[in-house]
Write a protein that binds this ligand. Structure first.
Ligand SMILES: *Cc1c(COP(=O)(O)O)cnc(C)c1O
Length: 454
C-alpha cells in the first residue's frame, strides 16, 4: 500500500508550483483544492496506482485553479460547418452588436427613461420602430426567447380556451420545446386537426366552436415531411379567421428576414410574409437566422400586441438590456441593407465556395500532416431550413496512422487550449472553413498540429 507515501497537505502547500498562487488566492480555498487532489490520489492508489509526489499534486492543483478561474463558457472554434449550432451558442454577433451590448453593460443608459420628457419610458420603444419598419407590422414586442414569446402569446390570448393546430405542426423543436406542452402550460387546450401529412382548410373550419381563441401555425423547423402532403397557407387561414373573428398566430421559428433562395437554399418563411398575409401575431427567435442575440420577437396587430404587453408573464420573460442593445444594432444592419456584409451568419452563408476552398487549401499547406481538400456540404442547423445544405470544401485528415483514429483526434481537438469542434466523415476528420472566423485560423492550425500528433 502506498497511502503512507502520500504527501501531507502542508507539504503540497509548500511546493514551488503553488508559491505564486498562494500570493493571489485565499489559503483555505487552496487547502480545499489540495485536499480534493489528495483524495483523487488516494482513490487512484486504491485502484493500484503509485503515490504522487508533492510536486505532482501541486501541479494538479494548478491545473484545477486554471480550470476554475478561466471564463466560462469558453470560446470554441466551430469547424463543423453548421452555421447556427445550438450547442455552440447559435449566432455569433456583429461587431456593432457586440459594441452596443458592451456599451449597455459599461454604464447607465436610457433603457426605460424617456429623455425628451424625463418620464419613465418603455424598453420596448428601442426596438419597435425597427421591427415595424422591417416586418411591416403595426406593433412589436421583444422578450427573452421565442419559447417564452409563444408561451406569452398563448397565455394572453387563449388561456381557458381552445387553440386549433394542424397535427403536422404539433411539433417538438428540441431542447424541451413542444407545441402541445407549451399550449398546456399556457392554460389553453389543444385541438389538433387533420393528419400528420395532410391538413386542409376544412379541417380547421370544422373544428371551430365558441371556445376557439386562435389558430396556431408552427414552422416545422427541424424536419421535413415529403411526398403526399398538404398544409394550409397562412393567408387562407387568415381569411377563415376573419369570418369567425379568430386570430391566426404563426410561430415562424428562425426569424429569417432575407430571402434564402438568393443563396441557393429552399425558401424559409419570413416574418414579413406572415404580416403581409394578415397573421395576427408572428413569433420568431433573435439568435437563429436573424443573426442577433438570444431573444424572442413578436410582431402583429396593435390590439393583440397590447394584450401581450399587459399580461403579467410579459414582465417575467422580459428581455435584458444587453440582448436588447445587441438586437437593436443587429436589426439596424437590415434597415441599412448591410446585413449580408456585417452579420456573421449571413457572411458565412453568402461566402463564395472558391473562397472556402482557398482557405481549406491554406490550412492544408500549413499542416505537416497528410490531408486533402475535398468538396462537402455545410448545414444551416439550429432549427432553420431542415435538410438544407450549402456546397462547401473541407480539409479532410485521414486518421488510420494516428493513435486512436478519428475519434481520438476529435477528442484532442475538443480538449485543446482553444477547443475546436469538427466532424467525422468516411473515417476522416473534416474541418469546414465556412464557420471558422479568419482571426481564429492561427489557433486552429496550432490545435490541429497537436491533435494529429497523437
Ligand atoms: C427555435 C424555435 C423555437 C424556440 O425558440 P428559442 O428562441 O430557442 O426559444 C420555437 N419555435 C420554432 C418553430 C423554432 O424553430
Amino acid at each position: 500500500m502506498q497511502f503512507r507515501d502520500l504527501p501531507s497537505v502542508e507539504t503540497v502547500m509548500a511546493a514551488a508550483a503553488l508559491e505564486d498562487l498562494a500570493q493571489v488566492y485565499s489559503r483555505p480555498w487552496l487547502v480545499n483544492l489540495v485536499r480534493d487532489q489528495l483524495q483523487v490520489a488516494r482513490d487512484a492508489i486504491g485502484k493500484g496506482s503509485g503515490a504522487p509526489t508533492a510536486a505532482d499534486v501541486a501541479e494538479e492543483v494548478r491545473r484545477a485553479v486554471k480550470n476554475i478561474t478561466r471564463p466560462s463558457p469558453r470560446p470554441v472554434i466551430n469547424a463543423t460547418g453548421v452555421v447556427i449550432h445550438t450547442n455552440l451558442g447559435r449566432a455569433p454577433l456583429s461587431q456593432e452588436a457586440i459594441d452596443a451590448a458592451t456599451q449597455a453593460a459599461l454604464g447607465y443608459s436610457d433603457l426605460e427613461l424617456d429623455l425628451a420628457t424625463g418620464r419613465r419610458g418603455s424598453r420596448q420603444a428601442h426596438l419597435q420602430f425597427l421591427l415595424r419598419q422591417l416586418t411591416g407590422a403595426e406593433a412589436a414586442l421583444a422578450v427573452n426567447n421565442n419559447a417564452s414569446a409563444v408561451l406569452l402569446g398563448l397565455s394572453a390570448l387563449a388561456a381557458g380556451k381552445a387553440v386549433i393546430v394542424s397535427r403536422g405542426e404539433a411539433v417538438e423543436i428540441g431542447g424541451g420545446f413542444r407545441i402541445p406542452d407549451v399550449l398546456l402550460q399556457s392554460g389553453a387546450s389543444l385541438v389538433d386537426v387533420g393528419t400528420t401529412n395532410r391538413t386542409y382548410l376544412r379541417d380547421y373550419e370544422n373544428a371551430v366552436t365558441e371556445e376557439t381563441a386562435a389558430f396556431l401555425k408552427a414552422h416545422a423547423s427541424n424536419f421535413r415531411v415529403e411526398g403526399f402532403t398538404a398544409a394550409v397557407e397562412p393567408a387562407e387561414l387568415v381569411e377563415l379567421g376573419q369570418r369567425h373573428q379568430i386570430p391566426v398566430l404563426h410561430d415562424v421559428g428562425s426569424g429569417c428576414l432575407l430571402n434564402t433562395e438568393k443563396y441557393g437554399m429552399a425558401h424559409e418563411p419570413t416574418p414579413q410574409e406572415s404580416v403581409k398575409a394578415g397573421v395576427g401575431l408572428t413569433f420568431f427567435s433573435g439568435d437563429k437566422l436573424l443573426g442577433g442575440p438570444q431573444a424572442g420577437i413578436v410582431v402583429g396587430t396593435r390590439e393583440l400586441v397590447a394584450r401581450l404587453e399587459r399580461h403579467p408573464l410579459a414582465r417575467a420573460v422580459r428581455i435584458d438590456k444587453l440582448s436588447l442593445a445587441g438586437l437593436t444594432a443587429t436589426l439596424l444592419h437590415y434597415l441599412l441593407n448591410e446585413a449580408e456584409g456585417k452579420i456573421p451568419i449571413w457572411r458565412m452563408i453568402s461566402v463564395g465556395v472558391e473562397e472556402i476552398e482557398r482557405r481549406a487549401q491554406s490550412w492544408q499547406s500549413s499542416l505537416e500532416t497528410k490531408a486533402t481538400v475535398i468538396p462537402a456540404r455545410s448545414a444551416i442547423g439550429g432549427g432553420s431550413l431542415p435538410g438544407e445544405t450549402l456546397p462547401s470544401w473541407v480539409l479532410a485528415i485521414p486518421c488510420q496512422a494516428i493513435p486512436g483514429g478519428p475519434d481520438a483526434v476529435l477528442a484532442r481537438l475538443r480538449q485543446a487550449e482553444t477547443p475546436v469542434v469538427a466532424r467525422i466523415g468516411d473515417g476522416q476528420v473534416l474541418l469546414d472553413p465556412r464557420t471558422v472566423l479568419p482571426e481564429e485560423e492561427p489557433d486552429l492550425i496550432k490545435c490541429l498540429q497537436i491533435a494529429v500528433a497523437g
